[in-house]
Each structure stands twice: as structure tokens, then as C-alpha cells.
Design a protein around this ligand. Structure first.
Ligand code: BGC
Ligand code: CA
Length: 343
């Protein structure tokens, strides 16, 4: 009996000792592993496809030292329900940080609830949630770019081209007949890019006459379709095409080729993004200019922030706007500097 008591007392002492030893030991600063889940609204989107490639590279680079990083990518293929399920799945698979490109930027509540319940920080990117949703939890961040700046730059590039080349005004009526190809309605980049591009042209005293607008949801094939319709309404009358992104600008060019317009009968085309195909088109002169949407810088910021959000490492070096936003600047791309953007 006595022996048992001594034994029990001894065990309790050992446990207390172990407990203290445990408390005294410094917590490891880096968790063993970073498991990043990346979910994209639609991977057939050209810009997003290229951004995800950059993001994989960035994680690979950061993971080559002491950190072990694994990355899992999911494509929501345009469905918010699918995306919500993918968030659940990735959290179940022990992802400890999520990079989310929302399908519906007005509907992130379910994702935010899931992340908060499991204490998994989220970095939203490219499709910006509204401010009230971003306030729901302190571990929500956003990485993107300022839409107004891209529209302004597109407007300036177009104004420069029009001032430099009087032949752009083909019918010599002193006005530029133009069409706009717009991205997805409700996307923070679509309306603002259009408005600020047109306002910038007007502020440069360029007289404009709008022939039409087409919504083509960022997509090359849809833009081609819409442009063909516009051309059947205004054959040979359009002098400039402003597209909210490169894919749609290239779709508009496809329409002219499909309808057998000769090179000399083409209007000037302006895009935004500087995708690989967009940059190629600037090099060979099919696009007059584009605006670089800094996918590499965005990917770098997302990857750094993901590591910081999990480990705390490097968080104090990150410069935020309003504590949780990072906006990378756009840059103008013309045939003079386009080669700087190729890599
Ligand atoms: C890009 C588009 C892209 C869209 C997707 C925009 O910022 O310019 O090319 O389709 O984001 O959300
Ligand atoms: Ca004209």
C-alpha cells in the first residue's frame, strides 16, 4: 500500500517537473509546415492563370530554405457553392492559410465563418470583398491593385496615341468614334476602368463619340462575338477600342480578322493586364498599348503575407493600407518599354 502511495506521489512530482520544463521551453517560432490553399474563381481566366503560375513560383522560392511549404490549388469554375466546399475541404486537409480569389466578391460570409471557426487566415486577391466583409475578422487581408489607376493609365496612353497620330481619326471629323469592351458586371475593375479611361481622355480635350459598349466578362471569345455584332452595326466606323483587359482587346482584334478587315482598316486597340499574349501583341503592334497589372508583385505580396500570417515572420516589414490591404501599382506598357515586362 505504502509503496503504491510513494509511486503515485513520485509520478505527480515527475508530471509537475515535466510541465514546468515544457513551460520554460521557447515555443518554436515557425510551425513545422505551411500548407497554403489557393482557390481561383475560374482558372480559364487568362490573367488568373498567369497569376497562379507566379504564385506557385513565389511559394516555391520561399519554401526552399528552412520553411516547408506545400501548395494546393483548386478551381471553383465560376461557382460560389463549389468554392465554399473547396474551402471546407482545404481546411479539413489541414491548410493553415488560404489565398482566395472569390467567385462572388459580394458573398464571402460562408468562407469567412469557416476560416474564423478554424483560425485559418485568408488572403483574398484580385476580386475585392466589400469593406464591411473585410472588417468581419482581423485575419482577413486583400492583395490587388487600384482599378482607377489602370483606367487613368489606359486613358493617358490612348490620349498620347491620338495626339501623336492624326490618322487615328480616320474620318477626319475631329472626334474619335470608340467602343468599350467591359469585364464582368459587379467586378471592382470593370466599371471603374471604363469610367476613368474615358474621363482621362476627356480631361485631355479629346472629343469622343461612343459607338457602343459590350460586356464580354473578361473573355476573348465573348469579346470577339460582341465586337462582331458592333461591327455589323457600325462597319468601318470604329476608330478606337478600349478594352477592360487584354483578353477582350485580343478578342476584338479576332473579330476584325474574322470579318476580313485589312490591316489598314483597323482601329487602335488598348488593353489592360500585360498578359503574355497581351505583351506579344504590343511587341508586334496589334495592341497600341496596355497597362501592366503586376501579377508578379501581387504573387510576391500574397506569398510573403501567407508566410507572415501563419508564422508571424516578416509581418512587421509588410506595409499595409488600412491595416489589411496591399495594392500593387500598375505600369504603362508601350512598344518602347514592353521588353522590360517579359520574363
Ligand atoms: C483582370 C482581368 C481578370 C479579372 C478577373 C482583372 O483584374 O484585369 O483580366 O479577368 O481581374 O477577376
Ligand atoms: Ca472620327
Amino acid at each position: 500500500m505504502k509503496i503504491k502511495k510513494y509511486l503515485a506521489a513520485g509520478m505527480v512530482c515527475c508530471m509537475i517537473l515535466l510541465l514546468f520544463a515544457g513551460c520554460g521551453r521557447k515555443k518554436p517560432e515557425i510551425p513545422v509546415k505551411i500548407q497554403a490553399g489557393i482557390i481561383v474563381y475560374n482558372q480559364s481566366d487568362v490573367f488568373l492563370g498567369e497569376l497562379v503560375t507566379c504564385l506557385r513560383q513565389q511559394f516555391e522560392e520561399l519554401g526552399s530554405g528552412d520553411l516547408e511549404i506545400t501548395v494546393m490549388v483548386r478551381d471553383a469554375a465560376g461557382s460560389q457553392r463549389t468554392q465554399d466546399d473547396q474551402v471546407r475541404e482545404l481546411i479539413d486537409m489541414d491548410c493553415n492559410v488560404l489565398c482566395v480569389n472569390l467567385v462572388d466578391r459580394a458573398d464571402p460570409s460562408e468562407i469567412i465563418d469557416l476560416a474564423r471557426e478554424n483560425d485559418v487566415p485568408i488572403i483574398f486577391f484580385n476580386r475585392e470583398p466589400v469593406a464591411e466583409d473585410m472588417m468581419q475578422w482581423e485575419k482577413l487581408y486583400y492583395v490587388g491593385a487600384d482599378a482607377r489607376q489602370s483606367g487613368q493609365m489606359q486613358g493617358e496612353l490612348a490620349a498620347d496615341a491620338i495626339e501623336a497620330d492624326e490618322l487615328i481619326d480616320r474620318n477626319r471629323d475631329g472626334k474619335i468614334q470608340y467602343v468599350v469592351l467591359e469585364g464582368e458586371p459587379g467586378h471592382q475593375d470593370a466599371i471603374i476602368r471604363t469610367e476613368s479611361a474615358v474621363d482621362t481622355l476627356k480631361s485631355r480635350n479629346i472629343s469622343l463619340e461612343k459607338s457602343g459598349t459590350g460586356i464580354a466578362n473578361w473573355d476573348r471569345a465573348q469579346a470577339q462575338n460582341r465586337m462582331q455584332q458592333l461591327l455589323s452595326q457600325y462597319p468601318n466606323q470604329i476608330e478606337m477600342v478600349l478594352a477592360n483587359n487584354d483578353a477582350m482587346a485580343l478578342g476584338a482584334i479576332d473579330a476584325y480578322h474574322k470579318l476580313n478587315y485589312t490591316e489598314t482598316a483597323l482601329p487602335v486597340f488598348f488593353g489592360i493586364d500585360g498578359t503574355e499574349a497581351g505583351l506579344e501583341a504590343v511587341i508586334d503592334g496589334r495592341l497600341a498599348a496596355t497597362v501592366y497589372n503586376d501579377r508578379k508583385g501581387q504573387a510576391q505580396a500574397i506569398a510573403k503575407l501567407a508566410v507572415a500570417a501563419v508564422t508571424g515572420m516578416g509581418m512587421s516589414d509588410i506595409v499595409f493600407e488600412n491595416e489589411k490591404y496591399i495594392y500593387l501599382p500598375y505600369q504603362k506598357v508601350t512598344d518602347e518599354n514592353v521588353r522590360e515586362f517579359l520574363y
